[in-house]
Write a protein that binds this ligand. Structure first.
Ligand code: ADP
Ligand code: MG
Length: 273
């Protein structure tokens, strides 16, 4: 049995606590994601250019950079949607992401949240969380099957974490934009990902919703590694994490928000816009 198969076999629904060492994923070096010398061209244009990027286990990282910098392409590479021309990509030190399919990567513990929330509007918040643990059983069998106590507890935990307990019986379609975003993060959490990639969570949110989202993402760090792509600099500052600035497909600067904000190159290409 190879490392990937061994890892998939682990029960993803019930173990809420992410162990520091999971079968198949060696995190002993403290790094959950390694991308080295990664390049990819589209019609001769280098969208990602000899990129090196590392994420520590349990870390919250912000990824910023001007439009076209390669942020989305980078996430596409991590999740297996786009294959790089050159370079290496590892999840922990044992899983070669370039040899895994998109679904294998998702199963192995990398979850991605796209910008637009995609919840099931005509199901309740609770049912949405229930459905997101459907897996091979399929949607209808999952909704008809009785939940075990453990499954109920787990949904309860995620409702708490995302601040949706009071609206758990409401149709997802009736939620505010912010609540939908939190629900979708909750749905990803039901899959118990080790690494979460979140694309522009604050877009379209009210200030209050942004504050709540900062709390949520901050609370996920530690147990999960979280990479957040965001344009709103107040939001990035509030996350108070390490920031990576991407420009022309490569890392221009990395450090605290204060450090990158005072970096003259960063000011020139991005913040000074
Ligand atoms: N499938 C594709 N085909 C051609 N060009 C692409 C494709 N995907 C991205 N690009 C180009 O690669 C560059 C990086 O895009 P993207 O990763 O979306 O940047 P960002 O998310 O930072 O705004 C852009 O110039 C974009 O036009
Ligand atoms: Mg993008």
């Amino acid at each position: 049995m190879n490392a990937v198969q061994g890892f998939i076999k682990r029960d993803r629904v019930f173990d809420f606590m992410v162990p520091k060492m999971v079968e198949g994923l060696d995190l002993t070096h403290g790094t959950v994601l390694y991308m080295e010398d990664v390049s990819v061209s589209f019609d001769g244009f280098k969208a990602i250019n000899e990129l090196n990027f590392y994420v520590n286990a349990g870390e919250l990282r912000c990824l910023i950079g001007p439009n076209g910098a390669g942020k989305t392409t980078m996430m596409d590479i991590i999740t297996g949607k786009t294959r790089p021309d050159t370079g290496t990509c590892w999840f922990g030190s044992r899983m070669n992401l370039l040899q895994m399919s998109e679904s294998e990567i998702a199963q192995a513990g990398i979850g991605r949240k796209f910008q637009k929330p995609t919840v099931f509007d005509y199901h309740s918040v609770f049912e949405n969380l229930e459905l997101s643990m459907a897996g091979p059983k399929g949607v209808w069998r999952t909704l008809r099957a009785r939940l075990t106590c453990e499954q109920r507890d787990r949904i309860g935990q995620i409702l708490d974490l995302t601040g949706l307990t009071e609206v758990s019986g409401r149709l997802a379609g009736s939620l505010s934009h912010g609540q939908k975003q939190w629900l979708e993060i909750g749905m990803l959490l039901m899959q118990n990902p080790l690494l979460l990639l979140v694309d522009e969570p604050a877009a379209g949110m009210t200030h209050q919703e942004m504050d709540r989202t900062v709390e949520l993402l901050t609370s996920l760090a530690g147990e999960h590694s979280v990479v957040v792509v965001e344009h709103d600099m107040d939001f990035v500052r509030a996350l108070d994490s390490r920031v990576t600035v991407l420009h022309q497909g490569t890392v221009l600067a990395e450090g605290s928000m204060d450090q990158v904000q005072n970096d003259s190159q960063v000011v020139e290409v991005y913040l000074g816009e």
